[in-house]
Design a protein around this ligand. Structure first.
Ligand SMILES: Cc1ncc(COP(=O)(O)O)c(C=O)c1O
Length: 374
């Protein structure tokens, strides 16, 4: 049976990985500055992770959400400690889209309203409401287009005010650093005013931290660079270091009711073991400090390259913008220099999303290769 052909593929076949590198079937080493799309947080095959997942699967890999699962409680407590998000409650699911879908659903349950405000170039996933809130008509099927969504420009505070004051908006959903869209950010003033407008208009403020969360921005969550308290925070990618797991942190003003949300696989034993290994390693190896140190080093080096016209993002979620399309450049980096980078819907931008364990030597290797290609 052929595979449903939806992905344009590079001709590379990784078969193993270790920390910042992956290796193909011939043993060729690739430097992974893409992190499998911002997913690899603590490094490929981290020993803590391998041990935790192996131990857990040999005991109990899965049981449904009909029984007690103390690993979920342990994960929630650790997440509260490391993120500093006191008083939130955790619902676990399996992916970023599912996290946002549940976030939007909760916002609608809570407010009794159904329209969503989202932003230009935003990406929130491919399920029903999440894709409707995504600014890409090519991936919105007619069945998704029935949702009521208004897409506004980042920084258009008057637009947000006008829409929220109409009284039918259940949620504003925003990435504090846009991922797929190309690392754009709004001003601090904008985020803080949107938060205030949400409060006065009974609208839930949803921080989509699926890509920017778990330390990638240099703080545990990207919204923590600003003075805001989201009602719901969605998480996924870095949370499981490759194990499919997602979740939402929910402010206690939204009250849980039995049956309100649910999932078969979400929060299973194996996912929790993976998630705990990630959090413990972020703490033990002080990975958020490493993000800030390496980010500063990276940005200094990037500034010395004249062909780079703009440096976007924060932490280890960095965009390098050129004045030409970067498709060929990225191919040369992969095939000639064995370095993975990410693209974005902005075709002139390279996305750098490495494991948070990356060292300065890897950054040197990248810039040496980049200079040669340029
Ligand atoms: C900000 C953001 N939200 C949501 C998603 C969707 O996550 P998933 O692909 O796990 O459904 C992504 C994926 O790239 C993302 O970057």
């Amino acid at each position: 049976m052929p595979l449903f052909d939806v992905y344009p593929l590079y001709n590379v076949t990784p078969v193993s990985g270790k920390d910042i590198h992956v290796y193909d079937e011939n043993g060729t080493e690739y430097l992974d500055l893409y992190g499998g799309h911002a997913v690899i947080s603590i490094g490929h095959s981290h020993p803590n992770y391998v041990k935790a997942v192996t131990n857990q699967v040999s005991k109990l890999g899965f049981y449904s959400n009909a029984i007690q699962n103390p690993l979920q409680v342990e994960l929630a407590n650790k997440l509260e400690t490391l993120s500093g998000c006191k008083d939130y409650e955790l619902f676990l699911c399996n992916s970023g889209a599912e996290a946002n879908e549940n976030a939007l659903k909760l916002a609608s349950f809570k407010t009794g309203k159904s329209r969503v405000v989202a932003f230009k170039n935003g990406f929130h996933g491919r399920t029903s409401a999440a894709v409707a809130a995504t600014d890409n008509p090519n991936i919105i099927a007619p069945i998704n287009a029935q949702q009521k969504v208004t897409i506004l420009e980042l920084n258009d505070i008057l637009g947000v005010k006008n829409e929220l004051e109409k009284g039918d908006v259940c949620a504003v959903i925003i990435e504090f650093i846009q991922g797929v869209g190309g690392l754009d950010q709004a001003t601090a003033d904008f985020y803080e005013q949107v938060f205030a407008l949400c409060k006065t208009n009974n609208t839930m403020f949803i921080a989509d931290e699926v890509q920017s969360g778990y330390g990638r921005s240099g703080k545990f969550f990207a919204f923590q660079h600003y003075n805001v308290t989201p009602d719901i925070i969605s998480i996924a990618k870095g949370m499981g270091n490759g194990f499919p797991v997602g979740g939402i942190l929910i402010h206690p003003e939204i009250e849980a009711k039995h049956g309100m949300l649910g999932t078969t696989f979400g929060g299973n034993h194996l996912a929790c073991a993976a998630g705990l290994a990630v959090l413990n390693t972020i703490e033990e190896e002080k990975l958020i400090d490493n993000v800030n140190e390496i980010s500063a080093y990276f940005i200094t080096k990037a500034k010395s390259i004249p062909q780079i016209k703009n440096i976007k993002g924060k932490g280890l979620m960095i965009g390098l913008e050129f004045d030409f399309e970067v498709g060929e450049l990225r191919k040369k980096l992969i095939y000639d220099h064995h370095i993975f980078t990410g693209g974005a819907s902005n075709k002139k931008l390279i996305r750098i999303l490495p494991p948070l364990t990356i060292k300065k030597t890897h950054i040197d290797q990248f810039f040496d290769a980049l200079k040669k290609v340029l």
